[in-house]
Design a protein around this ligand. Structure first.
Ligand SMILES: *Cc1c(COP(=O)(O)O)cnc(C)c1O
Length: 364
């Protein structure tokens, strides 16, 4: 039982994916063309933003998003202690300083008081992460940002289709960063990313930054990147977007079956809150015996993953910096205890029951 079977997912769409790819090949137009424009419009609409700007990957979506919001050297950006390392790397890439705030649970939610306490005169932005597809409550984050004149960029790389008080994640902050890495809820056939925003000036900056700081050929008004979502990936994403809601509904059904099948065990199951609809990118449980549970599942033919085994502040990338000294006890505990069970829109109830039985037969 794999964590995610991309082959099965793509088999279902294969004729449409092949048509899309062939259309791009025959057009001879491979970058910054009509496929990108069409996908950007569809994606902006899907997530309730005015603009979407396609970029090369999720890390670039975060870095360019920060740059477009004016974040640069010396600025402090509040980030969760528990996230995929790209969240922190993006801040470092624009020369700013990630300031980690410990989370309350695996869903990377913050305590409002702890978040406010981390604001200093150098704080310029807040970067919440909708981890595993669970929306962060943005209301207190936006309130704090307003009070201190801070930008808010949310990392929605795992939250395609998630909703917060019945509004889609993606149009709720100054800018939202997306990844279309193949394994995400909306994934390309390679790397891809986007930033959504409803601010025309931020969208204009992003279009310039992704294209060598240029909006007019051979004129470069700023030191930009080369980070574009290519026509082939845009065409593929337009095809896959049509199935995203149906796939997310299947993910929700899988999550419900886990909730019921795993109740009453010595495990912390994902918390549900009334005000949010998660995208269920991952179904993550917490166990004090995580490593042995993972081995037990592997022996039963069930692949489970760990997202993520080394907390960001303990990564070699930040060794020798003040970040390595950060006190983040919950994030440290999560790195030891989280386990992701197979989560796949194509997972059949029968196969899922094998996963549930394997978890239930574990003796600590
Ligand atoms: C995948 C991911 C990213 C980075 O996206 P890439 O497209 O792989 O660069 C950033 N943040 C989070 C939370 C992610 O899961």
């Amino acid at each position: 039982m794999p964590l995610l079977d991309l082959g099965a997912l793509h088999a279902e769409l294969s004729p449409d994916l092949e048509d899309a790819a062939l259309r791009v090949v025959r057009s001879g137009r491979l970058l910054l063309g009509p496929e990108l424009a069409a996908f950007e419009e569809a994606w902006a609409t899907a997530v309730g933003a005015r603009f979407a700007v396609g970029v090369g990957n999720g890390l670039d979506a975060l870095s360019l998003g920060l740059r477009a919001l004016g974040i640069g050297p010396g600025d402090e950006v509040l980030v969760p202690g528990h996230t995929f390392v790209a969240t922190w790397l993006a801040v470092a890439h624009v020369g700013a300083v990630p300031v980690p705030v410990d989370v309350r649970s695996a869903r990377a939610d913050w305590d409002d008081v702890a978040l406010a306490a981390a604001v200093t005169p150098r704080t310029r932005a807040i970067l919440p992460v909708h981890l595993y597809g669970h929306p962060v409550d943005l209301d207190p984050v936006l309130r704090l940002a307003r009070d201190h004149d801070l930008a808010v960029l949310d990392d929605a790389a795992q939250a395609h289709g998630a909703r917060l008080r019945d509004r889609p994640v993606g149009g709720l902050t100054h800018a939202t960063a997306w990844s279309f890495y193949p394994g995400k809820n909306l994934g390309a056939l390679g790397d891809g990313g986007a930033v959504t925003t409803s601010d025309p000036e931020t969208a204009r900056r992003l279009r310039s930054l992704r294209n060598y700081g240029s909006t007019e050929k051979y004129r470069h008004d700023e030191v930009g990147w080369n980070s574009r979502l290519d026509e082939l990936q845009a065409a593929v994403l337009s095809v896959k977007l049509r199935r995203m809601e149906a796939h997310n509904a299947r993910r929700e059904a899988v999550a419900r079956r886990y909730d019921e099948g795993l109740a009453g065990l010595d495990l912390v199951l994902p918390e549900r809150v009334a005000w949010a609809t998660p995208a269920w990118h991952l179904y993550v449980v917490r166990s004090r015996h995580r490593d042995r549970l993972q081995e037990h599942l592997a022996a039963a033919g069930v692949e489970a993953g760990v997202h993520y085994p080394i907390p960001c502040h303990r990564q070699g990338a930040f060794a020798g910096t003040a970040l390595a000294e950060a006190h983040l006890p919950v994030s440290d505990a999560l790195a030891r205890e989280v386990l992701s069970l197979p989560m796949d829109p194509m997972l059949s109830p029968h196969d899922q029951d094998r996963v549930i039985d394997a978890v239930r037969s574990f003796r600590a």
